[in-house]
Write a protein that binds this ligand. Structure first.
Ligand SMILES: [Zn+2]
Length: 317
């Protein structure tokens, strides 16, 4: 068994995961809010988050029967932003306000377990590729749509990384040059129109009505023309972004994950149609929903921890 942790913008989720990747126990704690000020290790929420992860993990292990606890062999942690998995450092997160935060080392000390960290979207992509909706597929795109949009690209049976280990920042492909200003400085990036956050924000702007999130907009699709219009614009923007990715990587399957994918066919059916009219010339692959839903990051962290446990075991032997 392993411990899996997913550090999100609002919640830290932790699970004890069995070899079949099912959660045996789970705990959620709020993510500590960054202190205002310059983004540095000391000024951001980094140290508080390390403490919160250790606290939640210890509670989870402490609540378990001794026999179960003794079988937890390693921990995997899914981290947002830029991540140096090799050195165990969370390099940068604008949302969580940290820069060059040592993560694996302090967690290893605090938990007394081997600890591996990885980028949350990469781990989610690995989970879907190895064990989920992209299983058996050597040319695969896993797109995670939540507060932002990013993708894991599998090509020729390997995941592709940037020169510094980056994932594919599909959310910052410009799809509307006169569109909303993005946090990256450009205008009309895909995620300014089609992220779950952007959809909720745009609906509220147009109607003056408050919604808690994109799921509320989905619930109004058949009764509120404004909701339907905002949704279709997001679907069209996603299709434009996917067209670019299909042209570059020609995957033979596309998996859609993250919070927005919980909309299911309300998202996938119009998205397939919109991609078909744009990308038919390249050959449009099947577009399917993620298998692990909101757990994908945790499942990927568990897989990474299983590998770390196997390495530690063989080193012991
Ligand atoms: Zn951008």
């Amino acid at each position: 068994m392993v411990l899996a942790v997913d550090i999100g913008g609002t919640t830290i989720k932790a699970e004890i995961v069995d070899p079949a990747l099912d959660a045996v126990r789970r705990a959620d704690v709020p993510t500590p809010v960054p202190r205002p000020g310059p983004t540095t290790e000391a000024a951001g929420s980094g140290p508080a988050i390390v403490d919160a992860v250790i606290g939640a993990s210890r509670d989870l292990l402490g609540d378990s029967a001794a026999e179960q606890r003794s079988r937890v062999r390693a921990a995997g942690v899914a981290v947002p932003g830029l991540v140096d998995a090799e050195r165990g450092i969370a390099r940068f997160s604008a949302n969580l306000g940290w820069r060059d935060l040592p993560l694996a080392g302090p967690l290893r000390t605090g938990l007394g377990l081997p600890v591996v960290i990885g980028h949350d979207v990469r781990l989610a992509g690995e989970a879907e590729w190895r064990r989920g909706a992209g299983r058996g597929c050597d040319h695969l795109l896993v797109i995670v749509i939540g507060t932002g949009i990013a993708a894991t690209v599998v090509s020729g049976g390997r995941t592709i990384s940037g020169a510094a280990g980056q994932i594919a920042e599909l959310g910052h492909v410009v799809v509307s040059p006169d569109g909303p200003r993005c946090g990256c400085g450009a205008r009309g990036c895909l995620e300014t129109i089609a992220s779950a956050t952007a959809i909720a924000r745009e609906y509220a702007r147009r109607t003056g009505g408050e919604v808690a999130g994109a799921a509320d907009v989905v619930a109004l699709l058949h009764t509120d023309p404004a909701a339907a219009a905002v949704w279709q614009e997001a679907v069209d923007a996603l299709a434009d972004g996917i067209r670019t990715a299909v042209a570059m990587f020609t995957p033979n399957r596309i998996v859609i994950g993250g919070g927005l994918a919980l909309a299911g066919e309300a998202l996938l059916e119009p998205l397939r149609r919109a991609v078909k009219v744009r990308a038919e010339v390249f050959g449009v692959p099947p577009i399917v929903g993620a298998a692990f839903g909101a757990r994908a990051g945790l499942v990927g962290a568990a897989l990474a921890a299983q590998q770390a446990a196997a390495r530690a075991g063989s080193a012991d032997g």
